[in-house]
Design a protein around this ligand. Sequence first.
Ligand code: NDP
Length: 506
Amino acid sequence: MAESTELQARETIHAGGEWRAATSGATREILDPADALPFAVVAEGDEKDVDLAIAAARRAFDEGPWPHTPVTERAALLRRVADLLVRDREELGRLEAQDAGKTVEEGRVDIDCVADAFRYFADLVAGEAPGRVVDAGSTDIHSVVVHEPLGVCGMITPWNYPLLQASWKIAPALAAGNTFVIKPSEITPMTTIAVIDLLVEAGLPEGVANIVTGPGHSVGARLSEHPDVDLVSFTGGTVSGIKVAEAAAPTVKKVALELGGKNPNVVFADACATDEGFDTAVDQALNAAFIHSGQVCSAGARLIIEESVRDRFVTELARRAEKIRLGRGTEDGVECGPLVSEQQRAKVEMYVESALKEGAVLRSGGKRPEPSPQRPENGYFYEPTVLDHCHREMRVVREEVFGPVVTVETFRTEDEAVALANDTEYGLAGGVWTSDAGRARRVAGRLRHGTIWINDFHPYLPQAEWGGFGKSGVGRELGPAGLAEYRETKHVYQNLAPKPVRWFAG
Ligand code: NDP
């Protein structure tokens, strides 16, 4: 691994078609979370860089061809981007793995999903009717409702799925004819920088796609408050999301927020009645909680299980959690990478400590693993942790840990299960496991979460909206509603036979 002094700083601010260094000259080292060593250096932008990028995006929207480019051409460009992502899949997947602490296979899957998002929004706009004709009750009136691009979109993204979260914003924004400025997480900007190059290679006009790397408190805040930004679309924690909404309010721009989650995974005893059913429910609970070390907004971090099967289920869950192979994501055989930063690991440790003080029983994990050839000593690793005998008053149950920690609560009746699952200020996603189809539909109908999985956990579809109830956010990504976020609606009323109205007599 290279020492930081050997690293070349790349110009990572793209404004108006040019790559630039930060106006201040500041840079930041990007660390590999598996060993805490720097592997890249990027520009550390600030408010001045944001202003330059917004001015470029504004010009490209007000004067450039992109908002008026026919949808078939815009769709063709998005499909070219998808092809370029497929071409660079291995390189981008590895870069994502190194930057965010994933396994390479997770990185590859992310890039496939990014390509799918570009294809989906290309197909969606290409297949649309140009407007909706409204019956105005007279053949002399032609009335049509059309959708137009919003303008300049500000985008702020987190570190857990850096390029995937970015693509859920970039693809619909471009499909709708907007220009944008994106600010990736300051600790995982690498693949978002790379995709700007792909957009340029695919033929996107100058100034349409802009990026400013740098911190949230300056770059993100400026993007949120700037009067020339028409929409700010944010994915991240609820605390930052509230700051974004507050900063955006004085300019009355549109705000879309994809925030945190504290997602229940409800398991009824009937789902475990057969060995096969039991094995599937345990396996999926493991995946729900520990994929990407639990750093997933929709992680199944609250296992809510029927009391009669709890002991058997939790024993098996803990046994399998202990066998998860932790290590650097580029090493063969590794199933789970490190946490993204020392700060994130410290937060996880704080929550586990508080849970144990409040009476939780540790069934697996609860500590840093021993270093090994696959797990450098300085990496931010933490063992998959199962906390039994939890209850809803505990901090670890109420707050988003965003790490490899699953809490166990129990219920006796269906009503109790629903009440527990809904007892959260969040409402992003939830799972229900049962062999009773009627119960499955009943419970799904009562859960107050944006996505409900029945006998599954985690899959999403680009065609289906994603977003949260409650403090999990405002607005939706993906699906037709994910495109609508990036559009204005306009009613055009045309009188084909105008006459005086004579409201006023004089
Ligand atoms: P943060 O809220 O810390 O950061 C998200 C982004 O916001 C980063 O780019 C950050 O910048 C920026 N930011 C921070 N403060 C401000 C501010 N005052 N104004 C504008 N921008 C700001 O979240 P994390 O990066 O820690 O990501 C984890 C969170 O994201 C979790 O809560 C998770 O649930 C949520 N998430 C939600 C998803 C969903 O679909 N609902 C999907 C994925 C994650 P900086 O570079 O300085 O960190």
